[in-house]
Design a protein around this ligand. Sequence first.
Ligand SMILES: Cc1cc2nc3c(=O)[nH]c(=O)nc-3n(C[C@H](O)[C@H](O)[C@H](O)COP(=O)(O)OP(=O)(O)OC[C@H]3O[C@@H](n4cnc5c(N)ncnc54)[C@H](O)[C@@H]3O)c2cc1C
Length: 606
Amino acid sequence: MIGGRLIILILYIVGVYVFSFIIGVANLFTFNNVSLESLVNKTFDYIIVGSGSAGSLLAKRLSQNKNLTILLIESGGDVRPGFLDIPSLGLMLQGTAYDWKYTTVPQKWGAYGLAGNRSKWPMGKLVGGTAQFNNLMYLRGHPDDFKEWYKDLPSFDYKRDILPYYKKLESTGDSFLSRLPFTSSAAEYALNAFKSLGYNVNKNQLDSFVGFGSPYVNIKNGKRWTSFHQLLSHDRPNVFLLSHTTALEVLFRSNYEAYGVKYIRSGETVVSLARHGVILSAGVIGSPKLLMMSGVGVKSHLQSVNIETKLDLPVGDNLQDHITTGFSLVTFNDTLDFGVGISTMLNPLTALEYFRTQSGPWTTVGCEVNGFINTKNPKNPLAQPDLQLMMLPLGIEEDSGLYLRKLMGISDATWYNYFHHVNKSIAVLPVLLHPKSRGTVRLESKNIDKQPLIDPNYLSVEDDVETLYEGIQIVKKFVDAEPMRNLGAELNALPLPGCEHLTFDSEPYWFCYLRHMTYTAYHPVGTCKMGADDASVVGYDFKVRGTNRLYVVDASVFPTLTSGNVNAAVLMMAEKAADVILEQLFLKTGFCCILEIFKMKTVCEI
Ligand SMILES: Cc1cc2nc3c(=O)[nH]c(=O)nc-3n(C[C@H](O)[C@H](O)[C@H](O)COP(=O)(O)OP(=O)(O)OC[C@H]3O[C@@H](n4cnc5c(N)ncnc54)[C@H](O)[C@@H]3O)c2cc1C
């Protein structure tokens, strides 16, 4: 038994190192044959910075008009071994050359169980961006989320202004949706447990209404499916992709009209020009960073890093993230096997099943049961939820601390005195959907290669701790539910370093627990907020306030977090932005045609 486990562990370690080597080497290559010389001072209709979820979708939509040329600039590489489309392997890209490997500054109010109180924030640095290693869950959010976004627009109507864009995504295959190709035996037990607690189960999990079910995922024929895959699957002679290329600065004419982008590739600095617009889709960290590097940001901050302020806007404010907690809290006897452990994953029969049927454990996305709860209004099935609950059939002790612990940055004290002693657990994770805490992204210096200072200010508002505490109460009821009791589920009562002095299961204990076990749910948003007030960086037309022809379209423009995983909302917004941007172009073109008729073309340079 011990010998078998040892062999699996050795295979696992060797596998991780071989894997890291292969992808590290792959990242050095490029299939991209656009030569840099051909781009110097060349004019495109649009330049998009960042080929992630939003950037790829925009590139596809804009390039459907074959008269428009698009330059798509991406910092990361464009060669990924094909096997990385196997959903369960996404996780293994974190911490590699395909990850920006961001880390927050030490947190004052939470994350005490992480090394240095810092949270690790993986983000995709490759074509396709973060969706190349995300967990593929697709959730639209709740209609009230968007009412909040558009609160300064009295005419806003969810069914007219948002829903059609989701439906467009879902019906044209741009965001290919499937049910989970695989669930372990834990999923059924968990659903039964939630049902026995009186929750609605088998709810439609597309919109985030109260209830439990299994999530939709972006998987096509057993493979990861992103907006970049979608872009590649279309004829796109008018999209020029430049990978391994980092945008350094947006260039402005007078009146803050963006006319081009300065970027660096293989040590060479080049400028390309944009006839109709520059679109920043560099993500929640990349877009504010680039704006600040271009002189658009909080004046006092830009002065402190010696950047001349062109426009004083609250760039980098309003940072918010979904916080989760509760790893390895629901424990079992270690003989229990739900059929998704490391030994199953490394079993050649599992591989065979995947290649034969495009399903099985290799298609797992982690979360198998997903639910939404409104703790203040639990009986109303249409209420906007304040908590999400995700059930994953594994605990982070599963790999004995070899990999997951490092990815999450768990401190040695917490690992060795807590997780290390857990034999078998599942993750039932409450996620705080609408945190009140707000943080910032700031530059450390004007050196583009320096990581920015990321401070989500986790749990700085007490209300956030209180809502998560309600989540813990639900986890406790879950453990006590008959289907779980029959399996021998127990609440992990091991003394948690930092909270040992408190009585286990008392309110002070859980409040302490939450401030130690504070984890990102990987959904940071908000650093270039959209809106009409002074706290906004872009208007409802995605244009940076006070500028012309400069847009931001990505997770950074969310005014607030949506109820659930955010990628679907990023894609929906990119759909909407494509419409808005093209509409502006056609209005302008139409106007120019009229001017041309009256021989006044010179005043109208489109
Ligand atoms: C581990 C993990 C799991 C997740 N799971 C889910 C999930 O299951 N469901 C869900 O809905 N969401 C999930 N998310 C969140 C979701 O994937 C992201 O919110 C979403 O992909 C963000 O899209 P984006 O277009 O804003 O940015 P990104 O996809 O990050 O794209 C930004 C791109 O810009 C590039 N870039 C940055 N700066 C520059 C520059 N200066 N020059 C050129 N290029 C640049 C980057 O390399 C990147 O490719 C997860 C996130 C993580 C990290």
